[in-house]
Design a protein. Structure first.
Length: 303
């Protein structure tokens, strides 16, 4: 038999094990002294481009119909109908306001001309009378403004009733009065309790614009626009504040309706108070009675 050498060749020899790699836990050897100087930093590497988000996938629509409730459809139709109606009303109102605005401006210009012409006529009459060595006596005023200055203490029933008819129910209340025989007698009866006189155009305008209130549907409404005046006096041709001022100042044919439409003026106490006694007549140094054109100065203090 052959020797056992062939069997030795068939058995593989054992390979030596590889030494394990050094782990990071081992302390690195110190660098040489020359390497301690830090090298310049290398340029930062460009950031990797961010991947774009994938586009959302579109879901194909289904064949099912989306139904709207019938109540919602009715509400939409009602809303559209009301909105269209409101737009028509607004357009018509704007058109009417434009027309009224033109009429109001024309009337205001006409009133200004009338006031200036009247003033010029008065001046011319005075000058003509002076040139002819004569006198000119102006016409008596047809309008008076009455202010209540005293209360009801020790007041007889008749003066109290007259003040009630004049709508002077509280102290510092004022009203316009058309002067005639009847009203002059009434003012004479209540003379110790009131101060009155003849207002000019400026006084009438300031009272209506600043203290003007109207009686609309039983309520006290401020005059904040011409619509308030037109609602109550439009049937008499008075559609704006200038119409109302003209009707009051000139004591026109509808003075009664215009004056009743105005609420009594609530004035303040005069600046500096009343210098005289209220129980004494104005011509004697007091405050009551007729003071003619000096009523304008009193209204300035109380307005």
């Amino acid at each position: 038999m052959p020797p056992k050498a062939a069997s030795k060749k068939s058995t593989p020899k054992a390979t030596p094990k590889a030494s394990p790699a050094p782990t990071s836990s081992k302390v690195a050897s110190p660098a040489p002294a020359a390497a301690k100087v830090a090298a310049p930093a290398a340029p930062a590497a460009k950031a990797a481009p961010v991947a774009k988000a994938a586009a959302p996938t579109l879901v194909p629509p289904t064949s099912r119909k989306v139904t709207v409730p019938e109540s919602v459809l009715k509400k939409r139709k009602t809303h559209d109908r009301l909105q269209a109606k409101r737009a028509k009303v607004t357009a018509r109102r704007q058109k009417e306001n434009r027309k009224k605005r033109k009429v109001i401006f024309k009337r205001a210009e006409q009133y200004v001309k009338e006031y200036r012409q009247k003033e010029r006529d008065e001046i011319r009459a005075y000058r003509e009378a002076k040139a002819s060595n004569s006198y000119y006596v102006a016409a008596e005023s047809k309008l008076a403004f009455v202010i209540r200055i005293k209360g009801i203490n020790k007041m007889a029933p008749k003066p109290r009733k007259i003040l009630q008819l004049l709508r002077l129910t509280k102290i510092n209340a004022g009203t316009f009065v058309k002067l005639n025989k009847a009203t002059l007698n009434m003012l004479q009866w209540v003379s110790p309790y009131i101060a009155w006189g003849y207002p000019n155009l400026k006084t009438v305008r300031e009272l209506i614009y600043k203290r003007g209130f109207v009686k609309l549907h039983g309520q006290r409404i401020p005059i904040h626009n011409n619509k308030v005046i037109e609602q109550g006096l439009g049937k008499f041709g008075i559609i704006c504040a200038e119409d109302l001022i003209h009707e009051i100042f000139t004591v026109g044919p509808h003075f009664k309706q215009a004056n009743n439409y105005l609420w009594p003026f609530h004035l303040s106490n005069p600046n500096g108070g009343f210098p005289g006694k209220k129980s004494i007549h104005f011509i004697e140094g007091g405050e009551s009675g007729n003071r003619e054109n000096f009523i304008n100065a009193l209204v300035r203090k109380m307005n």
